[in-house]
Design a protein around this ligand. Structure first.
Ligand SMILES: C[S@@+](CC[C@H](N)C(=O)[O-])C[C@H]1O[C@@H](n2cnc3c(N)ncnc32)[C@H](O)[C@@H]1O
Length: 689
């Protein structure tokens, strides 16, 4: 039988993963044992087989982890899967199916490797080992070993728990713990070594690197709360407070009396590397994450930068002459620890620094701000060679594969040929005797004309939006004052500057014409149009999907307001030349988010009105928030389910009235629920006596 083609869209991929008939389902992935005869959808098997072949991954990579939120597949090697009740991970190879990047991490020497539980869940039901594994799980459940699961995914943490419950595992059986356990002695020895962790804290003259990146990347905003977990002497907190941020911190030595506060942004800065007990590292990481509403920034020292005159090896790190412990994390080690401990993706930001996002939408926003590239599934296939390339001069291509792919990335980023000064590896290309033109021709031969013309079109449109916003401000930067690469862009896409500005001005006029705006909105398949008010509202993640004239409309308001992506919803007032940015309390996290601030901008009068809704007598909540969201918004299904239940209770969209003014306030809604005995989640309240 012909192997089935891999899924061609993200939706088809998700559907295929969702249709896996067995496997352990965790928040971000489904894990399955890769058995040749197991009923895995054929198109997923095709992806896995081709990647196995390409990356030369043998059968020792026996578990597959299919990302459910991200296009990500990991091959995991658990060599003792059959023999050990809780086998440890030896190696992981993760492939980002979107970018094609591959990360390979070895866990072979880890003192506290990730381990598996509930092994039967990785197998199809009729598998011969299913019953044996399930029986062990049932015994473990009965012994209370799964009551608190946040840290049991690591060997040391699991062993600590077994000891505390006075049980042990022999083969696939749970047995009472023998009285004398040498492991107990080991734990006592560890406690006897008095490491003086607090002596690692430094007095800082400026902000620490992780906190600086949070500001530079626009992650930490004035409206956010910030919590420094393990804040040391507290210099980051103090500096942020001076800058007007709502910052607080806690440290077991320097600030033990402070509260550990749940905050939008939590920083765990250079704390994990001073903790000598690997099991405690996991606990601290999990605890810090539980306080982060939006982003956790985790930083550690990195291997290769050790600089001690004398230090002794201890556990998986070093004890210095000052009696402090330091662990220098290998590349990929921190990300691996985060991903296994938190079941969330770790986004590497700098060496030794990862961000973890609560919402995948936020993570995507962050990533798309860093690169302008739009991911195209067809290209992904090509990059992964899941489809056969078209005619390619194989010899040249194969010899310089990595270099060419790197050049093509720049080519697609810019939408045009880079100038020598715009491409850092130009010398390598020269040495390989490949001209930029030749490299571009090879790209077209391999992928066809389309990806490049799309990239050109996208960059051209981005430039028009940028120029139109300048025209709106009546500020046209003289051509010679533009950056070199902007000048090159303008020449490549428009020929000359005056022509580009004229085109931008025309679009600017169009964006001030309500008929044009109305026509542009009519064509869209997303967003919420309130016909009675002439309001069109979208979630911020949809800005880039708008046509140029609507982006210009928003960009003009942004000149008076700042980054529109800081708002949760953007409301275009189609007929009056106004725009409102709406901020909610945890819009992405809550099904019924509460309105906090409304910023209304009058583009004709250049007037900005800010209204604070947070401390009124009643609070406005947003019903049916799916109206504004993209189709692939994470968690959309559960939002829709909630709305369905609301409708059953007699609350529907038509009752909200113009501008949602007829919607009940939080207080009214809660009291109505109280009367019918429902919780805010619309579940029946337990009866109290
Ligand atoms: C190298 S300092 C970093 C301080 C601060 N985050 C900075 O970047 O300047 C490490 C800090 O971690 C703290 N620490 C030690 N064990 C901790 C734990 N279990 N939880 C939180 N912080 C801890 C120490 O007291 C010390 O202040």
């Amino acid at each position: 039988m012909e192997p089935q083609a891999p899924p061609r869209s993200l939706a088809a991929y998700r559907e295929a993963v969702a249709s896996l008939p067995f496997g352990k389902v965790l928040p971000t992935a489904v894990y399955v044992l890769d058995l040749p005869e197991s009923p895995v959808p054929e198109n997923l098997r095709t992806i896995a087989n081709r990647l196995r072949e390409r990356l030369q991954l043998g059968p020792e990579f026996n578990l597959l982890k299919w990302g459910t939120l991200e296009l990500k597949l990991s091959f995991l090697a658990y060599p003792t899967f059959e023999d050990e009740a809780h086998p440890a991970l030896k190696e992981a190879v993760s492939i980002d199916l979107a970018s094609g990047s591959v990360r390979r991490v070895s866990y072979a020497d880890r003192v506290n490797p990730p381990i598996l539980h509930r092994k039967e869940t990785f197998l199809p039901e009729g598998h011969p080992d299913h019953v044996r594994y399930r029986k062990l799980t049932e015994a473990e459940e009965a012994a209370g070993l799964y009551e608190e699961t946040a840290t049991i995914g690591f060997r040391r943490n699991w062993e600590n728990l077994l000891r505390s419950k006075r049980v042990a595992i022999q083969g696939h059986r749970l047995v009472p713990l023998a009285e004398e356990d040498p492991e107990d002695q080991k734990a006592i020895n560890l406690a006897a070594v008095k490491i003086e962790r607090h002596r690692t804290a430094l007095s800082r003259a400026g902000l620490s690197m992780p906190v600086r990146t949070l500001l530079d990347n626009g992650i930490l905003r004035q409206i956010d709360t910030f919590f420094d977990y393990g804040c040391g002497l507290g210099d980051d907190v103090a500096s942020l407070q001076v800058l007007g941020y709502r910052a607080s911190g806690w440290d077991p030595h320097y600030a033990p009396a402070e509260l550990k506060r749940e905050s939008e942004i939590v920083n765990l800065g250079f704390v994990l590397n001073v903790i000598e007990d690997p099991a405690e590292r996991v606990e601290v990481l999990v605890d810090a994450w539980s306080h982060a509403r939006r982003v956790l920034a985790v930083s550690t020292l990195v291997a290769g930068r050790e600089n001690y005159s004398h230090a002794d090896a201890f556990e998986d790190g070093l004890v210095t002459v000052r009696n402090t412990f330091q662990k220098h994390f290998e590349p990929g080690e921190l990300a691996g620890l985060i991903e296994h401990a938190l079941h969330a993706e770790a986004i590497p930001v700098e060496l030794g620094l990862c961000y973890v996002f609560r919402e995948i939408g936020d993570q995507q926003d962050f990533l798309s701000r860093r690169t302008r590239r739009v991911i195209d599934w067809e290209q992904i296939h090509q990059r992964l060679r899941l489809l056969k390339p078209t005619r390619v001069r194989l010899s040249l291509y194969d010899r310089h594969l990595e270099l060419l792919e790197d050049f093509w990335k720049t080519l697609v980023d810019l939408g045009r040929l880079p100038r020598p000064e715009e491409y850092e590896r130009i010398e390598e290309l020269r040495e390989a005797r490949i001209t930029a033109n030749q490299a571009a021709r090879l790209f077209v031969e391999k992928y066809g004309e389309e990806p490049l013309s799309e990239a050109r079109q996208r960059r051209r449109e981005d430039l028009l939006v940028y120029l139109a916003a300048g025209e709106f401000q009546k500020r046209r930067t003289p051509f010679v004052r533009l950056s070199n690469s902007l000048r090159l862009d303008i020449k490549a896409f428009f020929g000359h500057y005056a022509g580009a500005c004229d085109e931008a001005r025309e679009l600017l006029f169009a964006s001030g014409d309500s008929d044009e705006i109305e026509a542009a909105i009519t064509d869209l398949e997303f967003g919420w149009f309130d016909a009675s008010q002439g309001h069109f509202t979208i979630h911020r993640s949809l800005i880039d999907s708008l046509p140029a004239i609507l982006r210009i409309y928003i960009e003009c308001a942004a000149q008076l307001y700042g980054d529109p992506r800081q708002a949760d919803l953007i409301k275009l007032h189609v007929y009056s030349g106004k725009l409102t940015f709406l901020h909610f309390d945890d819009f992405d996290g809550k099904t019924l988010p509460e309105l906090v601030t409304r910023v209304k901008i009058d583009l004709r009068r250049l007037f900005v009105l800010v209204v604070d809704h947070s401390d009124g007598e009643t609070h406005q909540i947003l019903f049916f928030k799916e109206r504004f969201l993209p189709a692939d918004y994470p968690g959309r299904e559960s939002i829709e389910q909630y709305s369905k239940r609301l409708r059953k209770l007699g609350i529907n969209e038509s009752m909200l009235g113009p501008n949602d003014q007829g919607a009940p306030s939080r207080e009214e809604f809660e009291s109505a629920l109280e009367q019918v005995g429902l919780t805010r989640g619309l579940a029946r309240k337990p009866k109290t006596r």
